[in-house]
Design a protein around this ligand. Structure first.
Ligand code: SF4
Ligand code: SF4
Length: 181
């Protein structure tokens, strides 16, 4: 006798992701071309095409808690390969936004921490300042000693300026942050 399992279809999650990403994820027919070309799919738990399938099945909790949405590099290789023009980088970005807004614990806490520090530094200085970014990341992650040699070499070559250049208020980035609120 065949066993059956019931999958609950939660269409509101698909709608939420589509609205935020401006993509039509339901056009995916799971050809796997996105995952085959993704440079970090080997590090992911599911890979981009399975993430889309889980969205279609309404598996919201599993998708938002997965490390994949934080591992994605937003390189857009998947979008370039997709025969249906689905830009999964936009979908992954929407999933990160939903996860953050709904207080879901990140599947890759360090990547999420780096992401938050990156945005905070840009918000307050108007541009990236690597020394602040790296210093805050090292302290807040507790990972004080990895990559010290590489970081030291970059510093000695002047690639990590000590003082940030603060952009004037009213610059384009400040406007972006204001509008995104
Ligand atoms: S390449 Fe496009 S259609 Fe194919 S599995 Fe990926 S998202 Fe779906
Ligand atoms: S955008 Fe993300 S999911 Fe798509 S190929 Fe790049 S890393 Fe992979």
């Amino acid at each position: 006798m065949l066993s059956t399992s019931v999958v609950t279809f939660n269409s509101s999650f698909v709608d939420q992701v589509n609205a935020l990403s401006h993509e039509q994820t339901q056009l995916c027919y799971h050809c796997h071309k996105c995952t085959a070309g993704c440079p970090v799919s080997a590090e992911m738990t599911y890979g981009p095409d399975r993430i889309l399938r889980m969205i279609h099945l309404g598996q919201k909790d599993a998708v938002l808690a997965s490390p994949d949405i934080w591992i994605c590099l937003a390189c857009e290789t998947c979008g370039a390969r997709c025969p249906n023009d689905i830009d999964i980088a936009h979908v992954m970005d929407a999933l990160r936004q939903i996860a953050r807004a709904e207080g879901v614990r990140p599947g890759q806490p360090r990547v999420a921490l780096f992401h938050d520090i990156f945005v905070t530094v840009i918000r307050f200085t108007g541009q990236m300042h690597e020394a602040t970014l790296l210093g805050l990341y090292k302290v807040l992650s507790g990972d004080l000693f990895s990559d010290l040699v590489v970081g030291g070499r970059l510093f000695l070559k002047g690639k990590i300026p000590v003082l940030p250049k603060i952009s004037r208020p009213g610059n384009m980035l400040a406007q972006v942050f204001r509008k995104s609120k």
